[in-house]
Structure formats: structure tokens, C-alpha cells
Ligand binder design. Sequence first.
Ligand code: ZN
Length: 339
Amino acid sequence: MFETTIAGSLPKPGWLAETGKLWPRWRLEGEALARAKLDATLLWIKEQEDAGIDMVTDGEQSRQHFVHGFLEQVAGIDFDRKVELGIRANRYKALVPTVVGPLRLEGRVHAAEARLARARTRRKLKFTLPGPMTIVDTIADRHYGDRAKLAMAFAELLNEEARALAADGVDMVQFDEPAFNVYTDDVKRWGIAALERAAAGLACRTGVHICYGYGIQANLDWKATLGAEWRQYEAVFPALAASRIDAVSVECIHSRVPMRLLALLAGKDVMLGVIDVASDRVETPEEVAGVIAAATEFVPKARILPCTNCGMAPMDRGVAGAKLAALADGARLARERLA
Ligand code: ZN
């Protein structure tokens, strides 16, 4: 009961990449960089285990950014042709590469870190990939000319890598779809179909992460416009409940998402956000246990996996470590109280 996990990313150590940034530059190159990425992966597996996290991740130490890390292995994308794009319905600007031809995977994307993680932990292992809709929203297109078609093309490639990750021994593949909270009509039109294509036939559990973004200023400003109750989940949860995806990762603590909306995910496991990634203040186990208890009114206990609201990539390393401990301690407290 209350098996803990994290949304996915963790801060990169200062010897690996710039700290405190969403698109950090690597500190090394070539073989030295490849080795350092794996060393950082190992470090965070140990940190998660010591904190008491039940289903660990590689901390996304091998990718510069949660979307563009996957794209680096995709042919048909021109990384030299970067354009500034207003992403997430123009909430903030990003410098993104351009799709210039038919998409094809040039080989494995995450084999090295997935296999290292699998070999070095006995805990359950979750691996994250960007979702098709979120990729489409974080790239320029000069070839497909249609967002749904482009998403389906990416879904095919994601499925190829996801199947390989399952064969590597990963227990859950999670697709990150923050864009689901932005384009709620498109989610129903083609977003879930693309997600299901990406997750088709996997020999492991499948999940999707839908959040209100990292704690950057543009996101904080956006959240301030969403009113007293955030209802985006209400628009997409019924369709997700009817989908073949096993688990949904949601932002909960310090959000204005009404807890009762979780009832719309009947039949799904809920990776419940009980750690705020937009604040450096470390939650107390009491607070974490409180959010878990509140969720039990709408989700069966066995289906609740306490989790972080979103990735912790841009966060201070010490703070992230303390939040991992708060997550595990809070879940333990909830188990004692609610068993
Ligand atoms: Zn997120």
C-alpha cells in the first residue's frame, strides 16, 4: 500500500551539467560525458533507495531535456535549424529543432542508462519518455503539416523504444504529457490515440504524467490565471479512464485541483503528487500523509502511489534529496495510520 515513486527527473550534479536550468549545458563531452551520465544515474539510484523510494527512476541524468533527449536519436529532425516557438499554447518560448523529413529511430535511445539502472537496483524501475502530444508541442514542423499525423509518427518511434525498455527489464514506462492539460480538446481527438499507440503491446505497466509544469515563472504566472479550481483534469480524465493506460501521474499538493476529480480515474492507479516541485520548502511527513489521506476518499488505497508533482530537474540537489525523504517518510506515516 502507498508504494512511492517520483515523476521522473532529478537535478544533475554540478560536475555533469549546469545546475538550476531546464536546458543545461553538459560539462563534459565524448566518452567522459557518457561515463559521467551513468555515474550520476548510479548516484541517484542510491539516493532514492536510501530515502526509501519504492519504484525508482534513472533521474533522467542522461538527457539534456525531457523532450529533446529523445529527439537526439531521431532521423528527420534538423537540430541546426532551431526556431523560437511559443509552446504550451504560447505560455513560454523555447528554442526548438525542426522536423524536415520522415521520422525514423536511428537506434536505441536509453539503453545504457536503463540497463545500468536495472543491473544496479532490485527496486522496481520506472522509465520516462516524452508523450507524443508534448513532443509535437515542443518541435517545429516543416514536413508533416498536421499535428495529429506528426504525433502518430512520433508514437511509432516511442513504441519502438518503449518495447526495448520493457525488454531491458523496466517495470513501468511512463509517458510525460504536460500538453494534455493545455489542449484538452485535442487530447480527446487524437492525443489519447497517439498515447495508446506509443504504449501498445508493452510487456510492463504503462503510465502517463500530466502536470502543470516545472516551477518556472511562466508556469507560476499561468497557474495564477486558472481560477479558484483547476478543472483541466476533468476534461481529460474520463477519456483516460477508458484508455488502456494503467496509471496516471497527477499534480496534487499545493495545486487547486479539486481532489474529487481523482474519482474520474476509476480503474487506474494514481501516482499522486504529494511533493511540490515549485517550492524549495521541504514538505513534512505530516503534510504528505495528509494529502494521501484526502485522496483515499476518492481513490482505493491500493491504487495510490505517492509521487512528486512533476520532475525535480531544475531544483537544488540538497533540496531534492530532502524531498525524496519527505515523500518516503510521509507515505510510511500514511501506511501506519490508514492500514
Ligand atoms: Zn511534469
